[in-house]
Design a protein around this ligand. Structure first.
Ligand code: OOG
Ligand code: NI
Length: 298
């Protein structure tokens, strides 16, 4: 297990993501200008997220091999019945690396028409591409994560998918681009270290937040609180040169509260182990909608 390779892969993901999502720099600059942090390096990345197509040779079974190779451990499963998604989270080999939340579309549950559209693209992948990848070569992995896995879709196919599964449309165009990174708010300075305070700060800066199910998503135990921006829109070029504005990636914010049994531990001794771990289906279900037209078109 090579954490230096993992570090380089993460740097590549974050670099391309920041270029694609102007809100990343906007939030960081606002935090620096507001004296919340002195530099971007102080930000703790709670987790990053990826989306995949659940078809042969792709999906989580293929994708997860990359991060399992770097020492990530597969943890809990989450099921999104209406959205037809399965997700897992993966804990990092060292605590300074982000958790990973990766999901997969259960393509076989879609209509025949949507399945046909998706398979027209993904069937060109005849063997698991991760098997022929040198995972110890960070540049090769970076290239893989940002390369076209299939041909550029037509606008008609994209729009047909959009009607049935916004997630499917997102993946057919955006593939393995980083879906979001997540700023941990609980370790920020007082006044910004709760999600309510941080959301107020973001709203003051004019950032547009996902309102699905309420701006702040709260787990039933009350200890995982999340919010996210509405996805950045991109001018996408489709097959044949058609242009259309589509949803790209977004930014998330998370507060992990100290677990009840550790609430007496002195603040300066609190580490990741004392806080709420994992994810929450009810929160995630609404966070997915950060890229849906119900949010981006508001
Ligand atoms: C992932 C949405 C869920 C979380 O933290 O629960 C999520 C996605 O939009 O792909 O990020
Ligand atoms: Ni997330």
């Amino acid at each position: 297990m090579q954490t230096s390779t993992l570090g380089a892969v993460m740097d590549g993901l974050m670099r391309r993501y920041s270029e694609r999502v102007p809100d990343v720099q906007k939030v960081i600059n606002a935090m620096i200008d507001g004296d919340v942090i002195a530099s971007a390096g102080e930000i703790e990345n709670d987790h990053i997220a990826f989306r995949t197509m659940g078809v042969p040779n792709l999906g989580l079974a293929s994708f997860e091999k990359i991060f399992l190779h770097y020492g990530y451990e597969k943890r809990d499963e989450y099921n999104f019945i209406e959205k037809k998604l399965t997700a897992f989270w993966y804990s990092p080999p060292e605590p300074h690396f982000p958790r990973i939340f990766a999901s997969e579309l259960r393509v076989n549950e879609l209509s025949d028409e949507a399945q046909r559209i998706i398979l027209r693209y993904t069937d060109t992948v005849a063997s698991d591409p991760v098997d022929s990848l040198d995972l110890d070569d960070a540049e090769a992995v970076d290239r893989f994560l940002h390369q076209p896995l299939w041909t550029t879709p037509t606008l008609a196919d994209y729009q047909a998918l959009l009607k049935e599964s916004e997630y499917a449309a997102w993946v057919i165009y955006n593939r393995y681009y980083l879906n979001h990174f997540t700023i941990s708010v609980h370790n920020l300075k007082a006044g910004y270290n709760t999600i309510d305070e941080f959301v107020a700060f973001l709203e003051n800066q004019g950032l547009r937040l996902n309102s699905a199910g309420g701006t702040i998503k709260i787990s039933p135990d009350g200890d995982l609180r999340q919010a996210s921006t509405v996805a950045q829109m991109l001018d996408a070029e489709f097959a044949g040169g058609d242009l259309f504005r589509i949803a790209g990636s977004y930014v998330e914010f998370a507060e992990r509260r100290i677990l009840p049994q550790f609430r007496d531990v002195p603040t300066d001794q609190i580490t990741r182990e004392h806080r709420r771990e994992g994810f929450e289906t009810g929160n995630a279900d609404k966070i997915f909608e950060s890229t849906f037209t119900t949010q981006t078109g508001r």
